[in-house]
Design a protein around this ligand. Structure first.
Ligand code: FE2
Length: 240
């Protein structure tokens, strides 16, 4: 039986909400109601296939203990007015809250898609890591922008205190975090919530209840990821 494939206008279904709820708590900027039609984004996600990532071809627990995948989809183009308006609004908020100069971004929609195969307790969590140098100041670090795309409230993103360790997440993305790190805070996930925070903080996805994102229940944890880089290098394409 052939599956009907339909075209989709991603900039339309991912257009910015008209009722943004914005607040800053310490170093985290929250933008609730981020998408105007989050259910359409969710339905689109549900209809995709998810390529594995974070595996080396050698030893890995990916596909054995859990399925860790990422969709990467080029943005329809900065020429799209809808996309442009959204990016400009986000970058303006970044300038008001973090680096005040120009930024560069990758024009790509990326979604982390994770589900567990084995049910773990909360001792195991995604590997703490950084996305910018620990030495960077909050005001000039790469910013992490996440958009949580699951109904309900189950964990979010943990920010840790501790020493950076070698990153072996391609072997096993789950790590007994509290053996080496102290949880400083958990940025709570909420459906259609965008959070932006400095990428120089040790952080990792945090799950309270693995059963909610499990192969057994055919359910996935979806989080969109965008890195926003201060354009401190003149070679970089600059926007804003
Ligand atoms: Fe990260």
């Amino acid at each position: 039986m052939s599956v009907v494939k339909r075209p989709v206008q991603l900039d339309q279904i991912m257009r910015l909400g008209s009722n943004l709820d914005i607040r800053r708590e310490d170093f985290v900027l929250y933008i609730d109601n981020f998408y105007e039609t989050p259910d359409l984004v969710y339905d689109w996600l549900e209809g995709q296939s998810y390529p594995y990532w974070k595996y080396t071809g050698g030893e890995t627990r990916n596909s054995v203990d859990y399925n860790d995948c990422r969709i990467a989809q080029r943005m329809p183009g900065f020429g799209s007015q809808i996309e442009q308006q959204k990016i400009m609004t986000v970058l303006k908020l970044c300038q008001e809250n973090f680096w005040q100069g120009k930024y560069r971004i990758d024009f790509i929609h990326e979604f982390n898609c994770f589900q567990t195969i084995k049910i773990f307790d909360t001792k195991l969590q995604h590997y703490p890591h950084i996305d910018s140098s620990l030495l960077d100041d909050d005001n000039c670090t790469t910013l992490n922008m996440l958009i949580y795309m699951n109904q309900g409230e189950n964990g979010g993103t943990a920010v840790y205190n501790g020493e950076l360790i070698p990153n072996d997440e391609a072997i096993n993305v789950l790590y007994p975090v509290e053996e080496r790190f102290k949880i400083e805070r958990i940025i709570p996930a909420k459906y259609n919530r965008c959070v932006i925070f400095p990428g120089n903080r040790l952080h990792g996805a945090y799950i309270d209840d693995y059963r909610q994102f499990s192969a057994e229940n055919n359910s996935w944890r979806y989080s969109q990821v965008l890195f926003i880089h201060p354009a401190t290098d003149k070679m970089h394409r600059q926007v804003s």
